[in-house]
Design a protein around this ligand. Structure first.
Ligand code: OAD
Length: 237
């Protein structure tokens, strides 16, 4: 499971901490239905600005290594809290987006997808049902997409190894997933330069940037796998 930290090395700001978005902006003014009802222009301007930043960002070695893991491992699921689409752009396909996707739009009223609509914050387009178009992301106080959450819980319950990467593990229900995995027998690994709420429960912690740590873990794992295979062949011979 990934959080905003996995995209930090791509230049996408995280939410918490000194440089985080929520230290400069008030989430209740920008990322809630009340905010949208009060000032849809401001909310759209903020999301269009973030779309622009994210659109110019490139996936980093962390995203790319996770995409490689998916290609080489028979059962690998990526659950992300990120809305930035960088995992898909890096080549990941089996991605569960818990908090939506900032590149998509939907109707505020009926929820229909509205991706082809051009957004003008001064004149916000409406769906045929009359509802205003909004970004397809989960706002504070909103429920997560049901199917995504149910699948993520199932995957967490079944996982043998759970990597919690670049998340402060403070936002629920996503923050429950590593603990669900651990309670069901998974080996829990945290990759993060800073301690988090999850650290005390982790079986192993890698303190560092995901764009640096993930390639090392993957290289070590693949080298160990090929030397194990080679010694198996020697034994058989
Ligand atoms: P946070 O901003 O809360 O946490 C980011 C985490 O990334 C922190 O623990 C950092 O230490 C870590 N980090 C920073 N740079 C890193 C790097 N290069 N490699 C690895 N880790 C790094 O972000 P999230 O945990 O994703 O919700 O936040 C969860 C949710 O809160 C977000 O999805 C968003 C926000 O409000 C919604 O928009 C609904």
């Amino acid at each position: 499971m990934t959080g905003a930290g996995v995209s930090a090395e791509s230049g996408v700001p995280t939410f918490r901490g000194n440089d985080g978005l929520w230290s400069k902006f008030d989430p209740t003014e920008l990322a809630s239905m009340n905010a949208f009802m009060r000032n849809p222009k401001l909310v759209w301007e903020w999301y269009l600005y973030r779309r622009d930043v994210i659109g110019k960002a490139e996936p980093n070695m962390g995203h790319e290594t996770l995409a490689k893991m998916e290609q080489h491992l028979s059962a690998f699921t990526l659950v992300t809290q990120n809305v930035d689409n960088l995992h898909r752009r890096a080549g990941s396909r089996n991605v569960i987006e818990l908090h939506g996707n900032i590149q998509r739009n939907k109707c505020r009223q009926c929820g229909s997808p509205m991706d082809q609509v051009e957004i003008d914050p001064d004149n916000i387009p409406r769906c045929s049902c009359g509802g205003q178009i909004r970004p397809d992301v989960v706002w504070f106080g909103e429920l997560l997409p049901e199917e995504a959450l149910i699948t993520a819980i199932k995957v967490a319950e079944q996982s043998a190894l759970f990597l919690s990467i670049g998340t402060s593990a403070l936002v629920y229900p996503a923050a429950d997933l590593p603990l669900i995995a651990k309670n069901n027998g998974a080996y829990l690994v945290e990759i993060n330069p800073e301690p988090t709420a999850l650290t005390p429960y982790a079986d192993e912690v890698f303190r560092g940037k995901s764009g640096e740590i993930l390639p090392i873990i993957w290289q070590t794992a693949t080298e160990e796998a090929s030397s194990a295979e080679a010694s198996l062949q020697t034994d058989e011979a």
